[in-house]
Write a protein that binds this ligand. Structure first.
Ligand SMILES: NC(=O)c1ccc[n+]([C@@H]2O[C@H](COP(=O)([O-])OP(=O)(O)OC[C@H]3O[C@@H](n4cnc5c(N)ncnc54)[C@H](OP(=O)(O)O)[C@@H]3O)[C@@H](O)[C@H]2O)c1
Length: 430
């Protein structure tokens, strides 16, 4: 057997401790598959005293993770600290400067600094691996970069945040409001104390930006992702969506259009009979469509110590085997600069819910707003009648342009009988 691959691990939380546990439990199997052992030689975290449930005897401890990345006798530095900048980025830069491979699960850092780090890795002739940063245990980076490498990718879309999918699933199952389900998710540890990165769609956008670069061979462009979260989804919308034959999911989608690269994260109505509609709870899924392979679907656990460790170790095994693949599928210099497609040019169908005082002429006013913007209505639902209270009216449209829909909404918001801000959810044709 060849020399062991020596690794230094920065961060011993959920993913760090999970990675060490996997490497210990499956050490022989991993060694057999790589033709060499993977040995943990150094670790770093904030608190040395904390019991991590893993054996750290014989492993060097560093209080300063960047110093470890510079000085430890390691071939690979595994960054599992997290955070867009700060210590995580310092660790990766120090490791690359020292000519060590880097494995990271840090989508926030990579979405913002991936191009610079990839350049640094290329210059140093080492790898920058990040399978664990997108969809946890599901090997979607490998699927796009290697398995589908012969295809021109037409489109990718998926559920990339388990917290949001858990919340939307629980809202549908129980009929409860977003705030109540979020509070319960926080209690059970499925949502962070500050949930905004998840529920406002930012985490999904980080992952989408990475996948879009891989899928389309384009420069990472996180700033160009259109991002909306799920805070405004109400139980009423979930019930109406069900009635119309849809589920509501937070999707990240990217495709090349005539107007440029479209990268979108927002709640969508997806037809109930599609694979993505059936992905529930904390599970993630990605659909990638290639010109020769057509649709491919990947589903599994997108977070948690075990699944994420599985992805980290897959990257370590690639390094141990001596496999080299460009960070984003092609050398950084060869990545193309894509024009971002303006959201106003997005073409799609729409679901619109209005709270309306039931008075003569309202429906005619709504119809006029759509007629003026040449938006064609597909269906109209109204439940209940009340002389005193507003009732929900739900409209779905045929395919139209986002700009037209926004202008129609502006007119509708001004109709006196419409008592709340209209709720608009895009319908995704899958
Ligand atoms: N959790 C998941 O399911 C999951 C899934 C996919 C990707 N990820 C990504 O994986 C990364 C780690 O996530 P996690 O959930 O494992 O986080 P976590 O449980 O909060 O663990 C973070 C670890 O980093 C250590 N740390 C913090 N600041 C440090 C510093 N300055 N120097 C050295 N160590 C430091 C902490 O030390 P102490 O333990 O001493 O406090 C802790 O061990 C993040 O980028 C995250 O986005 C996580």
């Amino acid at each position: 057997m060849s020399e062991p691959l020596k690794i230094a691990v920065a961060g011993l939380g959920t993913v760090g401790a999970g990675t060490l546990a996997l490497l210990a439990q499956n050490a022989d199997l991993v060694a057999q598959r790589c033709g060499r052992r993977i040995d943990v030689v150094a670790v770093s975290a904030r608190t040395r005293e904390r019991d991590r449930g893993v054996d750290l005897s014989g492993v060097d401890w560093y209080d300063d993770a960047a110093a470890m990345a510079r000085e430890a006798d390691a071939d690979v530095v595994v960054e599992l600290i997290g955070g867009e900048d700060g210590p995580a980025k310092a660790v990766c830069e120090a490791a690359l400067t020292a000519g060590r491979h880097v494995v990271s699960a840090n989508k926030a850092m990579l979405a913002h600094h991936g191009a610079a780090l990839a350049r640094q890795a290329e210059a140093a002739g080492v790898g920058l691996h990040y399978e664990a940063a997108v969809a946890g245990g599901i090997p979607v980076v490998k699927a796009l970069r290697e398995g589908l490498a012969g295809n021109r990718i037409r489109r990718i879309y998926g559920i990339l945040n388990g917290t949001c999918n858990y919340i939307l699933t629980a809202m549908r199952d129980s009929g409860r409001r977003f705030e109540d389900v979020l509070a319960e998710a926080q209690k059970h540890g499925y949502a962070e104390a500050d949930p905004s990165t998840d529920v406002d769609g930012i985490d999904t956008a980080h992952k989408l930006a990475l996948l879009a670069s891989l899928a389309f061979g384009t420069e990472l462009d996180f700033a160009a992702v259109h991002v909306e979260g799920i805070r405004h989804i109400s139980p009423l919308d979930i019930v109406f969506a069900d009635e119309l034959g849809y589920r509501i999911k937070l999707l990240g989608s990217a495709r090349m259009t005539a107007h440029g690269l479209e990268q979108r994260v927002h709640p969508c109505l997806v037809p109930t009979d599609t694979p993505i509609a059936q992905v529930n709870g904390v599970f993630n899924a990605l659909v990638a469509s290639g010109d020769f392979v057509d649709d491919t679907v990947y589903e599994g656990r997108g977070a948690g110590g075990g699944p994420t460790a599985s992805a980290v170790v897959a990257d370590l095994i690639d390094i141990a085997r001596g496999r080299r693949t460009p960070v984003f599928g092609v050398p950084v210099e060869a990545l193309e600069k894509a024009e971002p497609a303006p959201m106003q040019r997005h073409q799609g169908a729409y679901y619109l819910r209005l709270m309306v005082r039931d008075q003569p002429g309202v429906i005619a006013d709504l119809a006029a707003a759509f007629r003026d913007e040449q938006v064609s209505i597909e269906s109209l639902l109204q439940h209940g009648q009340s002389p005193t209270e507003a009732v929900p009216v739900v409209l779905t449209t045929h395919q139209t342009e986002e700009a037209r829909m926004q202008r129609a909404m502006a007119i509708i918001s001004g109709i006196e009988a419409v008592v709340e801000a209209p709720r608009l959810i895009r319908i995704e044709e899958l």
